[in-house]
Design a protein around this ligand. Structure first.
Ligand code: GDP
Length: 525
């Protein structure tokens, strides 16, 4: 019973967005609700431009910062909130994608002045592939932005998901008056400061609100809202929880406006940790035996010790500090002597954790991404983490040919660990690396030198669009340098298309060839 109660309180989610949409600003507001900070503006300093490779120490420091804030957890009302960070900017990497395998829901922030942007699309696709419920916050209503209807249409078309506006804005920018709150059946009035006035629909007729109701902006919004209520999709919690419909909230993280209302509604609707598939069937979060999986390994946090920290998402049972667990891959016991939960910028040693919680454990070089750890007598593994399509590809060679052996060993281990992806030319042994973000190459190069004593040379073959082929449809004569045929780690054939244009040209000319986009494959079915 105790475990079930604890699990039901957990809300574990990530905030996804394109850089500058307002993720930091919104997170700060949520931290205020959680009483973790007293005033906004203390979460992180803005990062300076791009890192030079030689500034690795800087990267470590920077990464150290990003690690400590990788997970933020705090109690809120009856809930226990866990927010996972999804690094963007130059930190964008496969880790950002993998983090989404450890959450139960996602908040997607869209800048009302810009609409949907590139990084949002990528992160959204991962959520879609995993069926994660997505709640949308359209931000910056205090500025002149795009029309609300246009923004909803864009979400539906570009992301292929139903939208249900939870509120409807009256005006924007200087004319912004507030929002109609469908859930609470009230008008939330924007007063240009931190205070919001809540006016129940029934009270809007009263004389004291005449000033508001008589404004043309209010009336236009009221008419538009009536149309939306009549013609729009119906709300369905089932559709939301299966990732088919996204509730949309309009507001401003900075003002702030609508943030409290958004958060309260989101928290009440977002799912608690759910059962997860494993090699021994579905494991319930209130199963008494502890289990969890590692979704991220952070290397070199402390240059003096070459520490590694593995991030584990608890999936069942109760985690207790110092408990003995087994590593499913080897079946061997491991003692989790040091475990930490990361709260904003201070690290606390945790005593216990339940499904939905994220814990950081010291990694004596024993763990791999995707590893399952468990207590109890059973032995099973959670499903493998999905493969994500890289975008940047580089040929890699050792500077010193005499070091071929270490070179191979280093690459194999780093690939195994999930630091970077490895491809080979379809008929030669040429190594091609694939990464989601540039930072992965910097980390790779640094670790090859420091851990394997090999200097590597990287030669970019550009941003590519990878598509997987069906084994019975591989004809090497159809490909060349432009659309390059390679093999992945499991010897599947992959075409690295030069760009979207080449891909579309190929599709038009070879409609019979099936090209598989990893984003479109639900790798969990
Ligand atoms: P992040 O890159 O997604 O973390 O974005 P930030 O939270 O750092 O915000 C980027 C910029 O947009 C900052 O200058 C913020 O002050 C600004 N910003 C964020 N939310 C709002 C908002 O609601 N209204 C306005 N006008 N600016 C905002």
């Amino acid at each position: 019973m105790e475990i079930r109660d604890e699990v039901n309180k957990r809300r574990t989610f990530a905030i996804i967005s394109h850089p500058d949409a307002g993720k930091t600003t919104l997170t700060e507001k949520l931290l205020l609700f959680g009483n973790l900070i007293r005033s906004a503006g203390t979460v992180k300093g803005k990062k300076s431009g791009k890192f030079a490779t030689s500034d690795w120490m800087e990267i470590e420091k920077q990464r150290g910062i990003s690690v400590t804030s990788s997970v933020i957890n705090f109690p809120y009302n009856d809930y226990q909130v866990n927010i996972l960070d999804t690094p963007g900017h130059e930190d964008f990497s496969e880790d950002t994608y993998r983090t989404l395998t450890a959450v139960d829901s996602v908040v997607m922030i869209i800048d009302a002045t810009k609409g949907i942007e590139a990084q949002t699309i990528k992160l959204f696709k991962v959520c879609k592939m995993r069926g994660i419920p997505i709640f949308t916050f359209i931000n910056k209503l205090d500025r002149e932005g795009r029309e609300p209807l246009e923004l909803l249409e864009e979400i539906e078309e570009v992301l292929d998901i139903e939208t249900y506006p939870m509120n409807w804005p009256a005006g924007m920018g200087k004319r912004f008056l507030g929002t109609f709150d469908r859930h609470g059946e009230q008008f939330i009035q924007y007063n240009g400061n931190e205070e919001e006035t809540y006016i129940p629909y029934g009270a809007l007729e009263k004389p004291e609100h005449e000033d508001l109701v008589s404004q043309p902006t209010y009336q236009a919004a009221n008419d538009e809202f009536a149309l939306v209520e009549e013609a729009g999709d119906k709300f369905s919690l089932d559709a939301v929880l299966s990732g088919k419909q996204t509730p949309v909230f309009f507001g401003s993280a900075l003002a702030p406006f609508g943030v409290q209302n958004f958060f309260d509604t989101f928290i009440s609707m977002a799912p608690a940790p759910a059962p997860r598939k494993s090699t021994e069937g579905v494991i319930s979060p209130d199963n008494p035996d502890f289990s969890g999986f590692i979704f991220k390994i952070q290397a070199n946090m402390n240059p003096a010790h070459r520490d590694r920290v593995a991030f584990l998402r608890v999936c069942s049972g109760k985690f207790e500090r110092g408990m003995s667990v087994k590593l499913a891959r080897t079946g061997k016991p491991i003692k989790l002597a040091q475990s930490q939960q990361f709260v904003a910028s201070s690290r606390d040693t945790i005593q216990e954790a339940y499904a939905g919680d994220i814990i950081g454990i010291y990694d004596p070089n024993a763990y791999q991404i995707g590893d399952t750890l468990m207590g109890g007598n059973s032995l099973f593994e959670y499903q493998e983490l999905p493969q994500f399509p890289p975008e940047q590809f580089k040929r890699v060679t050792a500077k010193n040919v005499m070091k071929a052996k270490q070179f191979k060993k280093g690459i194999e281990q780093l690939v195994q660990e999930g630091a970077i992806q490895l491809y080979k030319h379809y008929r030669s042994e040429t190594y091609i690396l694939g990464a989601v973000g540039e930072l992965q190459y910097e980390v790779f190069q640094y670790r090859m030198k420091n851990e394997y004593n090999v200097e590597v040379m990287l030669e970019s073959i550009g941003e590519r669009v990878p598509r997987w082929l069906k084994p019975d449809q591989v004809d090497p004569s159809m490909y060349d340098e432009r659309n390059m045929l390679v093999r992945d780690r499991s010897d599947n054939y992959v075409v690295l298309f030069k760009n979207e244009f080449s891909l579309n040209w190929f599709k038009d000319h070879h409609p019979d060839i099936q090209l598989i986009d990893l984003f479109d494959v639900n790798q969990y079915d």
